[in-house]
Design a protein around this ligand. Structure first.
Ligand code: LLP
Length: 426
C-alpha cells in the first residue's frame, strides 16, 4: 500500500524513458510541443491527502495558496479534494471561483488590497480577510459599511522570527513588509473591536516559504498561541488561527519536515485552543507534482564552459536565476552513462538566463528532451512573455490519460490588447 506521506513517484522511468504517471513524457512533448509544463493529478491529490491527514484529528481547513500554481485544472483538482483557497489579489479570487472554490472556504491574504478587491471579496462572502496593516483595516471597515456587510478579519502578525530560508521569501522578520509587529497586536485588535463593520475572528501568521526546519514554525506558533490567550483575556472571540504556508519540499538534498511532523508541531502549539486551524500550503502541494520539459536546440563550448542551449528559458522558469534555486534536471530518454559538466541555458538575451549552472548531467545532444523537476510550484505562475516568447503549454496527466489544460500562447496572444494610436505617432 502507498503511504500517503510518501507518494508513489509521479515521474518515474519505464523502459529507461521518463513517464508522467503512465504517459511517456516524450509522447506529450511530441504531441504538444516544447517547452511544456506537465502536472500529475495523482501527485496533487496525494500531497493534499497527506497534509490533510496530518491535521486529521483537529478542526482544520487547507486553503491552497493559489499563487504557487493557478492553473484552473490544478486548482479544481485540489478543490475537488476539499481544499479551500488562499488568494492574494482579485485575479486570484477570480481564478479560485472559476475553478469552483466555495467562497466560504476562501481566505484573502496580501499586503496591498485595493478597495475594489476588498469589495469583490465581500460581495461573494469570503471566509476571512488577513489584514496586513491598520489602514487596511479601516478601508475594509469602510467598504463593508458601504455594502451593509460585516467583514470577517484576522490580523497578520509578524512574529519576528528568522525562518532560515532565501531572503526574498522570508516574511516573518521585523524588517519585512508583511503584517503588523506582534508587539502592536493588542492595540490593533482593540481598534478593530471598536469598528462597526468588521468582526474579528482570528489571528494569522506566515513566516516564509520553502522552510526546511521546524523550529521557526514552532517559535512563531508559540508567539501566536500567547497572543491568542492575551486577546481572549481582552475579550476578543478568536475562533480561527491561520498558520500560513511555507512547508518546504525536496529540490535537491534538503530534508524538510514530513507533512505529519508539520501537522504535529502546529497541533502541539495551537491545537488546544479550540480554534479552527487554517493552513495555506502552496509549494508543498504542487512543486513535486510538476515537471518542465524542454528540448535541446544547440550545444556550444567556449573552452571553459559547455553550454546546452534549450528552448525553455528564464521567462518560463525564473526560480534558478531569481533565487539561485536548484532544480534537478534529467534527460527524458534513457540517460547516457557518460556525463559532462554543463550550463543549461535558454534563448533569452541575458546572461542570467539559465536553468542550471555547472551541473553534471548525462551527455545530451540536439533534439534531446530534458525534464526540470519540482516545477509544479512557482513555475508557470511566474512566467512572462519576455523576449517575445509565448508562454508554454500546460498539461495535466492522470494515469494513462492527459489533457492540455492551457494552450501554448500564440503570436496573437503576444499583442493582445495592444493598439497603435496613429495620431500620436507623428
Ligand atoms: N501564505 C502566504 C501569505 C504567502 O505569502 C505564501 C507564499 C503562501 C501562503 C504559500 O507559501 P508556500 O506554501 O508555497 O511556501 N516564488 C517563490 C515563493 C514565494 C512565496 C510567496 N508567498 C519561490 O519560487 O520560491
Amino acid at each position: 500500500m502507498t503511504d500517503p506521506a510518501r507518494p508513489a513517484e509521479a515521474f518515474g522511468r519505464r523502459g529507461g524513458w521518463l513517464h508522467a504517471e503512465a504517459v511517456p513524457v516524450a509522447q506529450i512533448a511530441d504531441e504538444v510541443g516544447t517547452p511544456v509544463y506537465i502536472y500529475s493529478a495523482t501527485a496533487l491529490t496525494q500531497a493534499f491527502d497527506a497534509l490533510d491527514a496530518a491535521f486529521g484529528g483537529s478542526r482544520h481547513l487547507l486553503c491552497y495558496s493559489i499563487k504557487a500554481n493557478m492553473n484552473l485544472a490544478v486548482v479544481r483538482t485540489l478543490v475537488a479534494r476539499g481544499a479551500g483557497v488562499d488568494v492574494t489579489s482579485r485575479g486570484e479570487l477570480f481564478r479560485a471561483l472559476r475553478a469552483g472554490a466555495d467562497p466560504s472556504r476562501i481566505v484573502y491574504s496580501g499586503v496591498g488590497k485595493r478597495d475594489d478587491e476588498i469589495a469583490a471579496a465581500l460581495e461573494i462572502g469570503i471566509k476571512l480577510f488577513n489584514v496586513e496593516c491598520r489602514q487596511e483595516l479601516r478601508r475594509i471597515d469602510a467598504v463593508a459599511g458601504s455594502q451593509g456587510r460585516l467583514a470577517p478579519v484576522a490580523f497578520r502578525v509578524n512574529p519576528d522570527v528568522d525562518p532560515q530560508t532565501h531572503p526574498y521569501i522570508s516574511t516573518g522578520l521585523r524588517t519585512s513588509k508583511f503584517g503588523i509587529p506582534i508587539s502592536e497586536a493588542v492595540d490593533a485588535y482593540a481598534e478593530a473591536k471598536a469598528l462597526e463593520n468588521v468582526r474579528v475572528i482570528g489571528v494569522d501568521c506566515h513566516i516564509g516559504s520553502q522552510l526546511t526546519k521546524l523550529e521557526p514554525f514552532g517559535d512563531a506558533l508559540a508567539r501566536v498561541r500567547d497572543l491568542v490567550l492575551e486577546l481572549r483575556a481582552a475579550g476578543h472571540g478568536i475562533e480561527v488561527i491561520d498558520v500560513g504556508g511555507g512547508l518546504g519540499v525536496v529540490y535537491d538534498d534538503e530534508v524538510p519536515p514530513t507533512a505529519a511532523e508539520y501537522g504535529a508541531i502546529v497541533i502541539d502549539a495551537v491545537g488546544g485552543l479550540d480554534c479552527e486551524i487554517v493552513v495555506e500550503p502552496g509549494r508543498s502541494l504542487t512543486a513535486n507534482a510538476g515537471i518542465f520539459v524542454t528540448r535541446v536546440l544547440y550545444e556550444k563550448d567556449n573552452g571553459d564552459k559547455h553550454f546546452v542551449i534549450v528552448d525553455g528559458a528564464m521567462n518560463d522558469l525564473i526560480r534558478p536565476t531569481l533565487y539561485q534555486a536548484y532544480q534537478a534536471i534529467e534527460p527524458v530518454g534513457p540517460p547516457n552513462p557518460e556525463t559532462r559538466v554543463v550550463d543549461v541555458v535558454g534563448p533569452v538575451c541575458e546572461s542570467g538566463d539559465f536553468l542550471a549552472q555547472q551541473r553534471e548531467l548525462p551527455v545530451v545532444g540536439r533534439s534531446d528532451l530534458l525534464a526540470v523537476r519540482s516545477a509544479g510550484a512557482y513555475g508557470f505562475a511566474m512566467a512572462s512573455q519576455y523576449n517575445g516568447r509565448p508562454r508554454a503549454a500546460e498539461v495535466l496527466v492522470r494515469g494513462d490519460r492527459f489533457a492540455i489544460v492551457r494552450k501554448r500562447e500564440s503570436l496573437e496572444d503576444l499583442v493582445r490588447g495592444e493598439s497603435i494610436p496613429e495620431d500620436l505617432l507623428t
